[in-house]
Design a binder for this molecule. Structure first.
Ligand code: MGD
Ligand code: MGD
Ligand code: MO
Length: 675
């Protein structure tokens, strides 16, 4: 990203023309980043709550007073029960320095609860780990040479523009693009074919494709013999997924499944861009495992334009231990602090703890420190999340750029710098470059980097541990294992000079096998899963909230709701940038004409979407973009900027995925009525 600065203000951000994945282009929302940085509502001073909890009324205080207030409260709680303190963070702008370096070290030193950061990708990450050994896949560049691209549970026009550029290149060269998505997304509209399966049934579709590949012998037997493990048991499993059975599960025609498998098996340069959209359901981890097996069955990996990509982040040799220093935990390594899954923060905040009768939970949560995240808007089962944050006896610190829905609940609200103002270092999950993020402008107002804020609280608490006081430069320099072959010839000073470096990854990374699993093979069968008492083979698990799994629930709430990203928002970031919000308009609900008709809903009607967890309102768009039985509310709105003060997470659930403990945002049954 290039920043143009005039008189100390960022006036424009553009893509770096020389950076191969970016090629000078930023996506819709990030190209407005300067508007966000200099937004009139940026938080510019520390503030203390003066109103009621959640009311969002604050008064400015000095940094010294703010840090002392934080230190006093946290010290007092830590003296009794350090695990009663919980950090809550996700990616922010995804840097390794402003993400989980000094902050993690601080919470580890304190003995605070650990947070399992599972809100986005952990089901898919687990699926890849048990199949390939890590988050590894095809190189983005070479999708441009593919002859067939399955865009599977991904909407790159909205959420991964730089991949879409490659897919279009391939399309111009004659490639066929197939979208597999219950919704006719912006991307699906531009593909040659759209397979609109029922949400959460991807595992069955992949197993059905395997059935055809096996029975019609569209397999690369040499690749299977040399580079995979467990073909025979996988074959037995796949043979139970006949196209007829899969057609019934997925709600698509049998012939569509057969044709898809034949085309896939008969195309040499066949690639799959799957993305996280398809793993936000009960069976998400298994579905990723099943899809990840496909290129190893057909030997698509032999060509650099064949294979699959969910995440490429495993190629970057990040030194997570050096960054987060878990060894600073008092009980390390035998008795690490308790772990709270971030998707269950609603339940966790409302848990009375051991004194209230839940011995297994441990101490009741007394303090939460939020940075790089907006849980009151983004976490599932939001009624419970908000009720938790509203607790009078909870001490809440929020580090933010803006007064978000979460910031409204803060006792102490601290202004943080943006990526234009601080130093950082990045890996990617969509390409294979690492990047240096150098500050382009001075901090706005009194904003401070997250790292500096945590150093300040540590100092005010009197901690002596040197690791807590390392400079951002020192942390950045320790973020990667520079001696790893992937970074040959690159070190931190060099990265700072050039801005980015390409990781040394072979063009066709698994052409000769070389997976990072214990066996070194693509593990269809996972011994590691078997040892944990988990099914060692990929399977299809029906969504928790489906007619298959919960008929009684489905009778009351017959519509499946998904709430994938809106093009102009980045999760809940940018919702408060007026120009972007104006383009999105207001919260919408896409509903199929037949479902609308049954409910007497017309285009433009205000509708109420509800289930046992909560409700929200949106404006109906009657359209066959949503398949029958599906409703779609593009997200994630700030609640307070929506007309009814609510958003899609009012109805989503805290249930976790099969693998990885991920969120199940798209495993959600609702009913809809005219408001
Ligand atoms: N504009 C924009 N870009 C973003 C983001 C954003 O909020 N806005 N968020 C960023 C982040 S944090 C992430 S993780 C990525 C996410 O980006 P993606 O991985 O692309 O995920 P989603 O956008 O959640 O979903 C993509 C598609 O999956 C479809 N889908 C939903 N359920 C299912 C299912 O069960 N099966 C199948 N096959 N498809 C399904 C949705 O309809 C949607 O069109 O995007 C990143 N980029
Ligand atoms: N219903 C529904 N819910 C979802 C999803 C969905 O598709 N549907 N998607 C899920 C996914 S994939 C994800 S990744 C999560 C994302 O959830 P979050 O991680 O909460 O992401 P954002 O909503 O972008 O909020 C990030 C916040 O961090 C702040 N921030 C950014 N950089 C910094 C920094 O350097 N310092 C500090 N202190 N703050 C910073 C921003 O101002 C912003 O308010 O949401 C999940 N929630
Ligand atoms: Mo995400």
């Amino acid at each position: 990203m290039r920043v143009t600065v005039e008189n100390g203000r960022a006036i424009k951000v553009t893509g770096e023309p020389d950076h191969p994945p970016t090629q000078g282009v930023l996506c819709t929302k990030v190209s407005r980043y300067a508007d966000r940085v200099h937004h009139p509502r940026r938080l510019t001073t520390p503030m203390r709550r003066v109103g009621e909890k959640g009311e969002g009324r604050f008064e400015p205080i000095s940094w010294d007073d703010a840090l002392a207030l934080a230190a006093n409260r946290l010290s007092e709680i830590a003296a009794r029960a350090p695990e009663a303190i919980v950090p809550y963070s996700y990616a922010g702008t995804m840097g390794l320095v402003q993400g989980d370096s000094i902050a993690q070290r601080f919470f580890h030193k304190l003995g605070a609860s650990q947070l399992d950061r599972t809100i986005c990708a952990s089901a898919g990450a687990a699926g890849l780990k048990y199949t390939y050994g890590a988050g590894l896949g095809m190189l983005t560049e070479f999708f441009a040479e593919s002859e067939l691209i399955l865009i599977w549970g991904a909407n790159p026009i909205a959420s991964n523009l730089h991949f879409w550029t490659r897919a279009q290149e391939a399309k111009r060269n004659g490639a066929r693009l197939i979208a597999i998505d219950p919704y006719r997304s912006l991307t699906a509209e531009k593909c040659h074919q759209h397979i609109a399966l029922k949400p959460g049934t991807d595992g069955a579709l992949a197993l059905g494709m395997m059935h055809v590949l096996i029975t019609e012998n569209l397999l690369d037997h040499a690749y299977i013999a040399d580079h995979t493990l467990g073909f025979e048991p996988l074959k037995a499993r796949a043979l139970t997924y006949t196209p007829a059975r899969v057609a019934q599960i997925c709600g698509v025609d049998e012939q569509v499944i057969v044709d898809l498998a034949r085309l896939y098996g008969n195309t040499r340069k066949a690639s799959i861009r799957l993305n996280y959209g398809m793993q936000r359901v009960r069976g998400g981890g298994n579905a990723v495992r099943a899809i990840a097996c496909l290129p190893s069955l057909t030997g698509a990996w032999r060509d650099r334009a064949g294979g699959a990509l969910l995440s490429s982040s495993g190629w970057a040799p990040v030194d997570s231990f050096a960054l987060a220093r878990p060894d600073l935990m008092p009980g390390w390594p035998s008795a690490p602090a308790r772990v709270i899954n971030m998707n269950e923060i609603g339940n966790a905040l409302l848990n009375p703890g051991e004194a209230g009768g839940d011995a297994a939970f441990g101490p009741k949560i007394e303090a939460i420190v939020v940075y790089n995240s907006n849980p009151v808007a983004v976490a599932p089962d939001s009624e419970r999340v908000a009720a938790g944050f509203a607790r009078e006896d909870l001490f809440t610190i929020v580090l933010e750029h803006f007064q978000t829905d979460t910031a409204d609940y803060a006792d102490l609200l601290l202004p943080a710098t943006t990526q234009l103002e601080h130093l950082d270092v990045h890996k990617s999950y969509g390409h294979t470059h690492v990047m240096a993020n150098l500050p382009a402008i001075a901090p706005v107002g009194e904003a401070r980097p997250n790292t500096e804020i945590f150093r300040g609280i540590a100092r005010a608490m009197g901690f002596a541990e040197p690791a807590l006081y390392e400079s951002d430069e020192a942390v950045a320099a320790a973020a990667f294992r520079w001696d790893d072959a992937a970074l040959a010839g690159v070190d931190w000073p060099a990265l700072k000079r050039t801005g980015w470096a390409r990781l040394q990854v072979p063009d066709a990374p698994f052409a000769q096998g070389g997976f990072r699993t214990p066996s070194g093979k693509c593990e269809f069968y996972s011994e590691r899963l078997a040892q944990q008492g988990i099914d060692p083979l990929p399977d299809y698990l029906p969504p928790y909230e489906s007619a298959e799994n919960a008929p009684e629930l489905a009778a009351r709430y017959p519509l499946a709701m998904i709430s994938p990203p809106a093009r102009n928002f980045l999760n809940s970031t940018f919702v408060n940038v007026e120009s972007l919000r104006a383009t999105e308009g207001e919260p919408h609900l896409d509903i199929h004409p037949l479902d609308a008709q049954q409910r007497d809903i017309a285009e433009g009607d205000e509708v109420r979407i509800f289930n046992d967890r909560g409700s929200m309102q949106a404006r109906a768009r009657v359209t066959d973009k949503a398949r029958e039985g599906l409703v779609v509310g593009l997200s994630i709105w700030w609640k307070k900027l929506a007309p009814d003060g609510r958003n899609a997470n009012q109805v989503t659930s805290q249930a976790l995925t099969d693998l990885g403990g991920s969120a199940t945002f798209y495993d959600c049954l609702v009913e809809v009525e005219r408001a």
